[in-house]
Write a protein that binds this ligand. Structure first.
Ligand SMILES: *[C@@H]1O[C@H](CO)[C@@H](O)[C@H](O)[C@H]1NC(C)=O
Ligand SMILES: *[C@@H]1O[C@H](CO)[C@@H](O)[C@H](O)[C@H]1NC(C)=O
Ligand SMILES: *[C@@H]1O[C@H](CO)[C@@H](O)[C@H](O)[C@H]1NC(C)=O
Length: 475
């Protein structure tokens, strides 16, 4: 018995060596593409204050559509959200949107923090720029720039609750953040590229240029969903501009070796994941069927974004149904068996509708979903940018209901300097929106560590501090 196991083990480890990943270490030089329409050539580089102010005609038009909406098809008996959004529940939401949701009030709330627009590489990029309020007795506190990036189907609405937390000094920390939260190009009030090719890596170039425009040569990055891909690319491509990155959806390298270890873990889980997190990855069969069940949208958006975009954006009901389903399942996959989709567990209807409004009033659903096509294109795949190693300090915050789980053991080949890997106690995919305080605590903890390392490295006695905290698991 032991003999066979040993033989199997030796063979598999042998195969693992054959399959070991070769992360890309040479940093490619991405072009500073001009993404905007011709008429933006020669656009001024000034930073213009921005206030959300949607014209009455757009809101009247929306209300007319809500009033004249088509009857929704009755759901199957007791189906809850298992066939997609429950039309019974959606009907209530549309009713609320039409009769109770007050845009002028909500718009005023979204205008609470200062916003700006500036033209970068031909695109008007919208962003919040929130400076900390520092009381006189803390005037020596360090102010660190932090770029936070959202994903799909989110928007800067997700950050409304975390902005004040990140910009408020803490008694036990000698730093606080100055936060820059841009809308991704093609999302909300940021213009969309007019030609193909703008994937997350290209967005990271635009955001690096945005930060340079604002006078920040070096800064921290944070993100979830696409924001985590963009933040990771920033850290990989521009290590001289990034102090460190905090991600609430860490992606490893999708290499043969990663796949191999995942498969091997199905037989000997302890080689891949701690037993308490076993159920986040295995049994493999049920995880694969879960991924198939929940990722149909991705295939559509990655292949026919303009078709699905046209259908979804055609009516307020379509847009709300499509987006809200994600806010149910991605907060907690169990919620789809509930009649209300668990939507109000973590969010208010008003804030969910704020996010939908950003897509509606800017008509940006189609341009937002094109990001999937750009990322999953053969052209992007060939660049191997996703396999690029990240050497600056990084942190992964793992929320228990995140969509899929990357164990720490499979992350070290990409993140060679992973100094923090925390399992958080509550929350799902929309961490900033669901659990702003938990996420902010984790960011403060990470940045504390990086700042300590910076202090030590500036001390000549410790030339290697900050290089590698944890030895990467080499296979
Ligand atoms: C929006 O624009 C209108 C018309 O230009 C103006 O009267 C109103 O004060 C503006 N509202 C905000 C919030 O800036
Ligand atoms: C919406 O809110 C604004 C500002 O608080 C208020 O003046 C207005 O009466 C409200 N509209 C409705 C229909 O309640
Ligand atoms: C983007 O595409 C690459 C393959 O080119 C894949 O490895 C990666 O997971 C994708 N990113 C996201 C956020 O889906």
């Amino acid at each position: 018995m032991w003999k066979t196991t040993t033989v199997i083990l030796v063979i598999t480890i042998g195969i693992a060596f054959l399959f070991r990943s070769n992360p890309v270490t040479e940093i490619p030089n991405l072009p500073e593409t001009f993404w905007g329409p011709e008429k933006n050539k020669g656009a001024s580089k000034e930073i213009r204050p921005f206030v959300i102010n949607i014209s009455k005609s757009v809101i009247d038009d929306l209300n007319e559509r809500l009033a004249k909406r088509r009857e929704l098809v009755e759901p199957l008996e007791d189906a809850a959200w298992t066939y997609g959004i429950s039309s019974t529940y959606l009907k209530d939401i549309l009713e609320y949107w039409q009769t109770k949701y007050n845009w002028s009030q909500r718009q005023a709330l979204l205008n609470k923090y200062p916003q700006y627009v500036t033209n970068v590489q031909g695109l008007d990029i919208h962003f919040y720029h929130v400076k900390p309020h520092i009381p006189p007795e803390r005037k020596n506190i360090k102010v660190l720039p932090l770029l936070i990036s959202h994903g799909w189907p989110g928007s800067v609405v997700e950050f409304q609750k975390i902005l004040p937390i990140l910009t408020t000094p803490r008694p036990d920390k000698d730093f606080v953040f100055e936060v820059i939260a841009p809308s991704l190009p093609g999302y909300g009030f940021s213009q969309a590229a007019v030609r193909p090719g703008m994937g997350p890596a290209q967005i990271s170039v635009v955001f690096k240029n945005l930060m340079l425009r604002l006078g920040f040569k070096k800064f921290y990055v944070q993100g979830g969903d696409w924001g985590s891909a963009i933040s990771a690319h920033l850290a990989a491509l521009f290590p001289d501009n990034v102090f460190g990155g905090h991600l609430n959806m860490c992606m490893g390298i999708m290499s043969k070796s990663n796949l191999f270890w995942r498969l091997l873990g199905a037989f000997i889980p302890s080689l891949v994941v701690e037993s308490e997190h076993y159920s986040k990855m295995y049994p493999l069969g049920s995880h694969l069927s879960y991924i198939l069940e929940e990722s149909g949208y991705m295939h559509l958006q990655a292949t026919k974004p303009d078709t699905i975009g046209t259908a979804v954006a055609a009516s307020p009901a379509g847009l709300a149904g499509y987006i809200l389903e994600k806010f149910s399942t991605w907060t907690n996959k169990e919620y789809k068996s509930r009649a209300d989709g668990g939507l109000l567990e973590k969010f208010t209807l008003d804030e969910l509708l704020d996010n939908i409004m950003l897509y509606w009033v800017t008509n940006s659903l189609t341009t937002s979903v094109r990001l999937y096509s750009e990322n999953f294109s053969a052209k992007h795949y060939k660049t191997k940018i996703d396999e690029l190693q990240i050497n600056v300090p990084m942190a992964c915050a793992v929320f228990p209901h995140e969509l899929f789980y990357q164990p720490e053991s499979l992350l070290h080949d990409k993140y060679t300097n992973l100094i923090q890997f925390n399992h958080l106690s509550r929350g799902g995919h929309f961490a900033a929106f669901e659990e702003p305080a938990l996420l902010a605590d984790d960011v403060f903890e990470f940045v504390s560590k990086v700042e300590d390392i910076k202090k030590k490295t500036s001390n000549k006695d410790m030339p290697n501090a900050g290089k590698k905290i944890k030895k990467p698991i080499k296979i």
